[in-house]
Structure formats: C-alpha cells, structure tokens
Design a protein around this ligand. Structure first.
Ligand code: G
Ligand code: G
Ligand code: MN
Ligand code: NA
Length: 259
C-alpha cells in the first residue's frame, strides 16, 4: 500500500499537522479546551483525515512515534494557549490514544516527560480511549491508565455507547469522563426529541454522574440539540454548531470571545 510505505518519511518530513475542535461548557457556553485531531498534508493527495491513515499507522506500529508527536505538539499548544489566555482561564487539551499506544511500555514515562518539558500540569491533559479498546481490558492494560489518572491526567471513554460495554464495568475503569457517541446527539435533532432517545441519554447521564463521571457530548450540530443535551444534564459539548476542527489560533480567538 502506497500510503503505508510513505508514513515513516512523512513523519520525518513534518507532513502531519493538528486541527483543534473546541470543547464547550453547556451551562455557560464558554470554551474550556479542545480535542486535537491529526491530519496528513500529503504532497500528492492533499489533506488526508485520520480515518485514511491511522489504521495503517496502527498496523505498522508507526502509531507509537506518531502518537507521541501528536501528544507533544498538543501539549505545547496547550502551554501557548495558557500563556496567551491569561485571566480567561486555562484551556485543556484532549488527545486520542490508540489501543497500541496503551500496550506500549513507554506511555507513562513519555507522557510525564512531555508534560514536564512543556511545563504543563497533568490536569490540563485528557487522554481519550475508545470504549471498544477497554472492553474486557485486563489489569495489565489498565495499569498505565491508572498511573496517569493518579497523576491527575483525565481519561475519557470515547465513542461511549457504541461498544455495548457492561455498564457495571465502568466502575473498575480509571476514567473520569464519558464522551457520548454522536449517534445519541443525532436522536436530538427534532424538538422535542424522540422520547426513547431522551430516556436513554437521561439514564446514561444519571449513571455517569452517580459514578462521578462528567459527560461530554459529540456531534452537536444545532442549538436545539445543545439545549436538550444541556437540560438532560450533559456537562460539555463538541460539534459543528460551535466550530469545525481548525487551526490553533482560531481556538484562542473563540475562547477570548466569551472570556
Ligand atoms: O475529526 P476527524 O474526522 O478527522 O477524526 C476522525 C477520528 O480519528 C476520530 O474519531 C479520532 O478518534 C481519530 N483521531 C484523530 N486524531 C487522532 C490521533 O492523533 N490519534 C488517534 N489514535 N486517533 C485520532
Ligand atoms: O474522536 P472522534 O472520533 O470522536 O473525533 C471526532 C470526529 O467527529 C471527527 O471526525 C470530527 O471531524 C467529527 N465531528 C466533529 N463534530 C462533528 C459534528 O458536529 N457532526 C459530525 N457529523 N461530525 C463531527
Ligand atoms: Mn476522540
Ligand atoms: Na469520539
């Protein structure tokens, strides 16, 4: 596969870049942070989204150095926002982790080093792991996540609700945030929303809060969705209604607007 063989050189030639999508507090609409989303500016094919190359990078193991690069860039960016943002409050950064990064022995130390080099406190960082990556996870897999969580790094369960995980299982995972999958948000398109969808989200939010987990909703595209999800008690939202993924300076500007 052409893209696969081009990946290592692309990392060396600095062809990857990161876009940031804001995370918005549903209660007051303020920007609280952003999710880092990697892209590849391919010399022939133009901008490629992660769906085009992350699976290839996972397959070849390049995801480990690529993931480390994404983490380093994102944490440095968070540092820059925090310096420029001043009184408006700290902006947090969410970074996606692949399952292969979880099993790589360097994860904890690399993360500690990256935070220290940038002078960023662990509680400014949230690592997103998909629900499916943690289904049936044994203690060896959870150990590095536990250590990161003990240091103050937030762990979010990404795409929650798509992996049919045992809800009772949530208790033993070192997660502090549930990211509710886009499919739930799509059920809120009409106002009022489908009563069954409302009940399901209401149930998830109440379970999450009773376990001390915050709820972030993805894929918010309209004000009506945002309003219904706010009424249901969701804490944070992300989606095109607020902003598409974009360059770091735009996030800074958005955050200043509501400062
Ligand atoms: O925003 P976009 O459509 O490009 O993101 C698609 C998917 O790619 C997201 O669900 C996200 O989980 C994944 N993704 C984006 N950036 C990264 C990354 O740096 N590492 C990993 N492992 N996945 C990412
Ligand atoms: O990690 P995750 O797979 O959740 O990454 C977010 C993905 O969802 C990215 O591909 C991003 O571009 C996409 N996305 C972000 N906001 C919206 C939205 O409001 N609607 C839709 N349909 N997709 C979105
Ligand atoms: Mn994510
Ligand atoms: Na997601």
């Amino acid at each position: 596969h052409g893209l696969t063989t081009a990946l290592p050189a692309a990392l060396e030639r600095d062809e990857f870049f990161i876009e940031y999508q804001p995370l918005v507090h549903l209660g007051d609409g303020s920007v609280r942070g952003a999710e880092a989303l990697v892209r590849w500016l391919h010399p022939q094919h133009g901008v490629l989204g992660p769906d085009r190359f992350i699976p290839l990078a996972e397959h070849t193991g390049l995801i480990v150095p690529l993931g480390r690069w994404v983490l380093e860039q994102s944490v440095r960016q968070a540092r820059e926002w925090r310096e420029r943002h001043g009184a408006a409050g700290p902006l947090r950064i969410n970074v996606n982790l692949s399952p292969c990064q979880l099993t790589h022995p360097g994860l904890v130390q690399d993360t500690v080093d990256i935070l220290e080099r940038a002078g960023v406190e662990p509680d400014a960082l949230c690592l997103e792991v998909t629900e499916s990556a943690l289904i049936g996870a044994d203690d060896d897999l959870l150990k590095p996540l536990r250590r990161l969580a003990e240091m103050g790094v937030d762990i979010a369960l990404d795409d929650f609700g798509t992996g049919y995980s045992n809800l009772a299982n949530l208790r033993r995972l070192p997660v502090s945030i549930l990211k509710l999958d886009r499919s739930f948000t799509q059920g809120m398109q009409q106002f009022p929303a489908d009563p069954v969808d409302l009940k399901i989200v209401e149930g998830i939010v109440s379970l999450a809060h009773s376990l001390d987990l915050a709820v972030t909703v993805e894929g918010v595209e309209t004000g009506a969705q945002a309003e219904q999800l706010r009424i249901l008690g969701c804490d944070t939202a992300q989606g095109w209604y607020y902003a598409r993924p974009g360059p770091p300076d735009r996030l800074h500007d958005l955050a200043l607007v509501d400062a």
